[in-house]
Design a protein around this ligand. Sequence first.
Ligand code: DOR
Ligand code: ZN
Length: 343
Amino acid sequence: MHVDLPLMSDMHVHLRQGVMLRNVAQWTGSCCSHCLVMPNTVPSVATAADVASYRTEVVEAFKHYPHCKPLMTFKLSPSTTADKVMAMRGLTVAGKLYPEGVTTNSGDGISRKILERPHDYPNFMDALGAMEQAGMVLCLHGEMPDEFCMDREVQFYEFVRWVLLQYPKLRVVLEHITDYRSVRFMRVWGDERFTATITAHHLRLTLDDVVGDKLNPHNFCKPVAKHPADRTALLEAATSGDPRFFLGSDSAPHPISDKECAAGCAGVFSAPVLPELLTTIFEEQGALPHLEAFTSVNGNRFYGLPQPTETIRLERESWQVPDLCNSNVVPFLADQTLPWRFS
Ligand code: DOR
Ligand code: ZN
């Protein structure tokens, strides 16, 4: 028994730099036609020159996967101006807004003050206006700094509504939604220019998998996995075929030493199990006919990209996820058995 799936589009992936990038490219490269590469590197990707040099590094890492096109993004910061945005026209498809301090490498993100009173910050407003004019997508890490961690997503909606009303032509993605209220929010506000991504790990995890028994730092990510009712709402949204929801894995590799320590980093490294896990989840939900809408169709449609002609094959054959990749990164579901194999 097998499933043939059009090459996926992972519309949110962290590939990092240097050796880590060269080591992790194989997983995204082998199963995707497109991937949207996050800019929270060190230093971050913030200018046209940064984008150009990071793109060169990423393209080199993907050279064995010619069917996979990396799409570049830049990181918005308080010093992003309309001119800087315009200089990135044609180089980036999206700009990523990280609220200050909410996740890995977001210390130079957008402060709560700006998010609460954006009208007081003309540079910020002009930068978003330039993105709208340039046809770039605004990708939002939707968490309000300094709120209780389980409510950060909900506290961010007011800013989202402001963006949608202030920039009626700007295309916006609410990234990695985790809260049942975000699913409801998307069903009210979402349309062909406002969509949401969902990760594979948030379709699997609840907070219990992070802290319910022994602490599992490899399931710790931002936004944190929430209540079983939230996961149920995400499963319904992802498996519905609704074009407003599509895959953004947020696969985020960190060396094991940065996870298994005090002050461990947020991030789930799901790339090594992505097609296998998604097939497993959609099968469990009785929703295999909607798998390709979520993994391969809806994201391309939103970003205006061609649909892939090539497919990948998943065989119904169990395999064990390794406990370590490249001798220093623990993959999601390490050591566990999955019923679908992609090779
Ligand atoms: O868990 C996360 N890890 N969430 C993010 O938003 C960033 C990511 C990372 O870069 O490690
Ligand atoms: Zn991310």
